[in-house]
Design a protein around this ligand. Sequence first.
Ligand SMILES: O=C1O[C@H](COP(=O)(O)O)[C@@H](O)[C@H](O)[C@H]1O
Length: 238
Amino acid sequence: MSVKVFDTPEDLAAAAAGAFAEKAAEAIARRGRFAVALAGGSTPRSTYEILARDYAGAVDWPRVHVFFGDERTVPPDHEDSNYRTAREALLDHVPVGSVHPMRGELPPEEAAALYVRDLRTFFEEELPAFDLIMLGIGGDGHTASLFPETSALGVTDRMVVANPVPKLDTTRITLTAPVLNAAREVLFLVAGEGKAEALKEILEGDADPREYPAKLVQPPGGPGWMADRAAASRIKES
Ligand SMILES: O=C1O[C@H](COP(=O)(O)O)[C@@H](O)[C@H](O)[C@H]1O
């Protein structure tokens, strides 16, 4: 598995923004639209800011359709909301074609069911073929809101689920592995020393995917990985 390693988180963010723009141009040239699922958490914020600042005129934004890989069960203006991060950093600044937030303010089962409906309406196919899914990882090996040893990990017959996460005493809304693995491209962004051990286990360890759920993400061609030097400090140089 090859990992692109960057000296700083800023270099990583700049490269990720460039990759986003490149994938968008390719998808729009081939299919007339770019359907992307954004990552949550803090890592991608600077990538979104660079896209808003440096790519405002360089991406055909009205043909970009924005979805989310996961959401916290909070209202859209809450500081923990993945939608809020994306809106503040990117979506308020560029004229995207459509935005599809997960409804974190609703009961999570209802939010998951609504998102399934949203995906079906947009993609009109059994499994959505996202042009790009951006993901992060947690220091515990989770990705999207697929946390270690949680019920969502074994789900193969639903696209979106409400996933109870006992250790956080909450429930998250998340795309499931079949959707992540049906994407044309998946790109992981990983920054910081706190992710180094998990990244090593995910890429080089033989632990079960139930322990490191990011291992479940295996789209055709494999996922792409971009990491800063701190996150990549324990993997074999690639
Ligand atoms: O909880 C989450 O964690 C991961 C990683 O977040 P980060 O703050 O360490 O960047 C994220 O990818 C996921 O979408 C998010 O909801």
